[in-house]
Design a protein around this ligand. Structure first.
Ligand SMILES: Nc1ncnc2c1ncn2[C@@H]1O[C@H](COP(=O)(O)OP(=O)(O)OP(=O)(O)O)[C@@H](O)[C@H]1O
Ligand SMILES: [Mg+2]
Length: 244
């Protein structure tokens, strides 16, 4: 009797891929339905008179399930043969706004403890940057989340400031992420970009800044940091933009 393995062994690469694609299609489809149920029910439940903390958690469940769905979409595109690394011109301010949307709940949560994080956003650029949208969002998100972590670590209220502007003299768009967090000791300023360097124990992998730096550099950009312990940090990202 022939086994499944025998059948698979006789397939050529293309047939093999088609079997995988068909199988993934079914899994992705079921998974997306389940996620839609999770996000839908969390939205509906949030409409009831539930305590604010429950509402917040429901909002987080919804966001996490939407993010999960996006990841499945990307993985599916990859399986289908599309290139997830596709780069194209993207308006950077849109990516910054969507990254901010993903961390809003953390600012909100901190408000509750009466140690609010004031968000000060100053977007003066609508220029496009040649990048992979997903990777760029994740890279910016990591810088913003680090800033929030650093403010929370002070145990006091703080300010998170984002400035986005053009420097057309050198055809660059500049993003500044400024926080009033704990700051970084001078002798650690180089190390923060190394893999596995983290001061967050089990909560951090220490990969965020290394990956972010790689993403900016892959777009022809760079990242700089200035910081003072007890005062806060400023991360500046320079990215080449279109000339028009
Ligand atoms: N804005 C900041 N203020 C103070 N320290 C910072 C800031 N950004 C980064 N750091 C320091 O740099 C370290 C490395 O940051 P990185 O983003 O690479 O990893 P992580 O945040 O610890 O973990 P994760 O991999 O989950 O991002 C942090 O653990 C922290 O010590
Ligand atoms: Mg990080």
């Amino acid at each position: 009797m022939r086994s499944n393995l025998d059948n698979i062994m006789e397939m050529n690469a293309e047939e093999h891929l088609n079997v995988l694609i068909n199988l993934s299609e079914e899994i992705f489809h079921d998974f997306k339905n389940t996620l839609a149920t999770i996000s839908g029910l969390s939205q509906v439940t949030a409409c009831y008179a539930v305590p604010p903390e429950v509402k917040e958690n429901l909002e987080r469940i919804k966001e996490a399930s939407l993010e999960c769905r996006d990841q499945i979409d990307r993985f599916y595109s990859f399986v289908k043969g599309y290139n997830v690394d596709t780069m194209q011109y993207e308006v950077l301010s849109n990516i910054v706004f969507s990254a901010l949307d993903m961390v809003k709940h953390r600012l909100h949560k901190f408000d509750k403890a009466n140690n609010g994080i004031a968000l000060n956003v100053n977007i003066q650029s609508v220029k496009k940057v040649y990048c992979n949208e997903y990777k760029m969002r994740q890279a910016i998100l990591n810088i913003i989340m680090n800033a929030i972590d650093a403010i929370e670590e002070t145990g006091r209220s703080g300010i998170l400031k984002l400035n986005l502007y053009d420097n057309m003299a050198i055809k660059e768009v500049v993003l500044e992420v400024i926080d009033t967090g704990v700051g970084i000791p001078e002798d650690k300023l180089e190390r923060i970009f190394e893999a596995n360097y983290t001061t967050k124990g089990k909560k951090g992998t220490g990969l965020g800044l290394k990956v972010s730096k790689n993403v900016f550099e892959a777009c022809g950009g760079r990242i700089e940091v200035a910081s003072k312990v007890g005062e806060g940090s400023k991360f500046t990202i320079y990215l080449p933009t279109e000339s028009c």
